[in-house]
Design a protein around this ligand. Structure first.
Ligand SMILES: NC(=O)c1ccc[n+]([C@@H]2O[C@H](COP(=O)([O-])OP(=O)(O)OC[C@H]3O[C@@H](n4cnc5c(N)ncnc54)[C@H](OP(=O)(O)O)[C@@H]3O)[C@@H](O)[C@H]2O)c1
Length: 343
């Protein structure tokens, strides 16, 4: 068994705060005992862990899962398995570098060591940078799953809102590889340029005067009957209204921080329009273990080849983490903040 320290550093949230910047400033560096994995679990020495919007939602207590306080946030990351809690799979994985994640009332990945269920760990393929690997689960898998959902719904194209997000860019790249048309919507001209530089064909600016008409015309032309909406608020109803009959807005984020609105009941009643939600955790439960292994392997190959990539604006240790997160709040499009516990 590897010699391990008895204590470790972790980022701790002492209290929830509705204002996200207050929540980030409240984070504290704490010293804690290194946790012991139980049967079927493994202990990881963490190499990298990102902050995603879902982590910010946890800090605000606006996510669908709540942790008892104080808690260690962080829904995903990558690390090396240094101890097994017992069980065939956990023992077999000793020494492997894996992507990990999990949602529930237990300590998260913003830590030097993290306990994960062995069967939820995804071995990283040879050559893949652990920083990219630390972002494998939340965004790439969601992008893939939502494209599959749109195709299964029979929609010949999809609408990608807030398309300059890391996930939005992955939707563009994965759909491009399949020749699947995507209408991308962003709110800033710089984001439109960024997406065009990635080869995106259809890019619309939500702040332009004729945006709704432009979106409606293109959605009708391409018969885009699924929209991926991470914003909520009035955008949900505005986009649904612009879409053809039989369309569906898939709400998967709450970036506006407001309830979905402006939904025209006439569209719901007479045009067979729908608003539904998407949550990766629920989608994963519908998948077989083998299917997930194959899908995450394919995504890793895309990452290794640079076809999809998580942009990183800062990779920092515990001391610089809060300042870097405040920078991320000012410019989310610039990329993720990655916690590197060894820095
Ligand atoms: N449901 C699920 O299972 C699931 C899984 C994964 C991700 N998600 C969601 O996917 C979304 C994107 O995640 P990510 O990690 O890719 O984000 P990210 O890289 O941090 O980027 C967020 C993007 O959203 C834009 N944005 C923020 N607030 C906005 C608003 N009110 N209106 C329009 N655009 C806005 C930002 O643009 P600016 O730079 O202009 O602010 C930025 O481009 C998040 O909402 C996240 O919660 C959901």
């Amino acid at each position: 068994m590897t010699d391990l320290p008895s204590t470790m550093r972790a980022m701790s949230l002492p209290a929830y705060h509705p204002e996200v910047a207050d929540a980030v400033r409240a984070l504290e560096i704490v010293e804690r005992p290194v946790p012991e994995p139980k049967n079927g679990e493994v202990l990881l020495r963490m190499l990298a862990a990102p902050c995603n919007p879902s982590d910010l939602m946890l800090l605000q207590d606006s996510y669908g899962v709540t942790k008892s306080l104080p808690c260690v946030p962080g829904w995903e990351g990558a690390g090396t398995i240094v101890r097994s809690g017992g069980g065939l799979m956990a023992r077999a994985m000793l020494g492997q570098t894996v992507a990990c994640g999990g949602q529930g009332d237990f300590d998260g990945t913003w830590s030097e060591y993290y306990v994960a269920k062995a069967d939820s760990c995804i071995p990283l393929i040879k050559g893949l940078d652990p920083v990219q690997g630390s972002t494998l689960i939340v965004n790439p898998v969601t992008a893939l799953a939502m494209i599959d959902t749109a195709k299964t719904a029979g929609s010949p194209a999809l609408i990608n809102l807030a398309a300059a997000s890391q996930l939005g860019r992955m939707v563009i790249m994965l759909a491009k590889g399949d020749g699947y048309p995507v209408i991308n919507v962003v709110r800033r001209p710089q984001q439109a340029e960024l997406l065009r530089s990635l080869g995106a064909e259809h890019v619309l600016l939500s702040t332009s005067d004729d945006h709704d008409a432009e979106l409606g015309a293109l959605a009708q032309k391409l018969d885009a009957r699924v929209a991926l909406d991470p914003i909520g608020g009035a955008r949900t109803g505005q986009v649904l209204k612009a879409m053809p009959k039989g369309s569906r807005v898939l709400v998967y984020g709450a970036l506006a921080g407001e309830p979905c609105g402006d939904i025209d009941p006439i569209g719901l009643i007479f045009e067979d329009k729908h608003v539904t939600g998407f949550w990766l955790t629920s989608w994963i439960e519908t998948q077989s273990l083998l299917g997930l292994v194959m899908k995450t392997r394919a995504l890793q190959k895309h990452m290794l080849a640079g076809r999809i990539e998580t942009q990183v604006q800062a990779k920092v240790g515990f001391d610089g983490f809060v300042d870097a997160l405040l920078g991320y709040l000012d410019d989310m499009t610039a990329g993720k903040v990655i916690l590197d516990p060894s820095a």
